[in-house]
Design a protein around this ligand. Structure first.
Ligand SMILES: Nc1ncnc2c1ncn2[C@@H]1O[C@H](COP(=O)(O)OP(=O)(O)OP(=O)(O)O)[C@@H](O)[C@H]1O
Ligand SMILES: [Mg+2]
Length: 139
């Protein structure tokens, strides 16, 4: 995908399916910023991505732990920065290069980190959602 794309996503099952399709675009070292209001469906999309990578066990939102890794191929880092107090101590750098990084509430991060990332924005369009996927700016 080289241009911005928009998807109408009717329900939770369709969100899982979209996550499965997007997973095939991404590799270790890619950073995906997932934005959208509380309850938009960010973690649901992560569930779909992980399902596509063969993860069959539970996926919990790392709301309190901030970071959660999955030993899939590629390995995944799932972060939820909602409760992060300072952008300086995320510990994310350790995972940057060898994980597919999926980050909820990325507005807590600074530009240095986010400039080469994909952006996935989820908006409510009841009863479903609209998801906009923007590839990183081409250098
Ligand atoms: N496309 C969709 N249409 C309707 N409901 C959806 C859709 N995708 C997810 N949902 C539902 O929205 C609810 C919230 O989903 P989820 O926990 O993934 O949101 P979130 O963005 O991660 O929230 P938070 O900001 O709290 O982390 C769930 O009940 C889920 O089933
Ligand atoms: Mg979530």
């Amino acid at each position: 995908m080289t241009e911005k794309r928009t998807f109408a996503v009717a329900d939770e099952a369709a969100m899982i399916q979209l996550g499965r399709e997007l997973a095939d675009l991404w590799k270790a070292g890619d950073c995906i910023l997932l934005s959208g209001e509380l309850g938009a469906g960010k973690t649901t999309l992560v569930r779909g991505i992980l399902a596509e990578l063969g993860w069959t066990k539970a996926v919990r939102s790392p709301t309190f732990t901030i970071l959660q890794t999955y030993e899939t191929e590629p390995p995944v880092l799932h972060a939820d920065l909602y409760r992060l107090e300072s952008a300086d101590d995320t510990g994310l750098e350790e995972y940057w290069h060898d994980h597919l990084c999926l980050i909820e509430w990325p507005d807590r991060l600074d530009e240095r980190v986010t400039s080469h990332a994909w952006r996935v924005e989820i908006a409510f369009e009841e009863p479903g959602r609209v998801v906009t996927v923007t590839p990183p700016a081409l250098d």
